[in-house]
Write a protein that binds this ligand. Structure first.
Ligand code: HEC
Length: 128
């Protein structure tokens, strides 16, 4: 590998580390929050309805971050579905509640029940 190759590899490595290190992390107390709402068909249907109204414009119908408002966003809005495997309901609930960057704090807009329905719906989306 020539010098340019080493420099490019170094830059790519740094970018990868930076992206990993800045991934949005919920605080410890959010991790253990218990979801009080069972993921019944009714809850998931309610969550889907809310998602289509409030979230799909940025996150896309399937959570791929490809909604129609995405062009105007500074921060990439991929719902990053890998969180589904690694984060608890409480952490996802916390992120929906407080928001970040262009994402509004939905605790100002939706009741806790509505936010838990959203968590239940988001869990039905599949990472690919
Ligand atoms: C105006 C655009 C916008 C809307 C509307 C929006 N989001 Fe987001 N959302 C974002 C952006 C941008 C991020 C990435 C924030 C960051 O990482 O700094 C994000 C991140 C998230 C995350 C965390 C993903 C991760 O990888 O950690 C979740 C969960 C989430 N949004 C759920 C929702 C839900 C549920 C709704 C609807 C109630 C919603 N969002 C509405 C823009 C939006």
């Amino acid at each position: 590998m020539g010098r340019a190759g080493i420099v490019v590899t170094g830059i790519l490595l740094l970018l990868a580390v930076a992206a990993f290190a800045t991934h949005w992390k919920a605080p410890q107390e959010a991790r253990t929050l218990q979801n009080p709402i069972k993921a019944t068909q009714a809850s998931i249907a309610k969550g889907k309805e809310l998602y289509m109204t409030y979230c799909a414009k940025c996150h896309g119908l399937k959570g791929l971050g490809d909604g129609p408002s995405v062009g105007s966003l500074r921060v990439q809005a991929g719902l990053n579905l890998t969180i589904l495997g690694s984060e608890s309901d409480g952490e996802i609930f916390w992120k929906i509640s407080v928001g970040r960057a262009e994402m509004p704090p939905f605790e100002l807009i939706l009741t806790p029940e509505e936010r838990w329905h959203l968590v239940n719906f988001i869990r039905t989306l599949k990472a690919r």
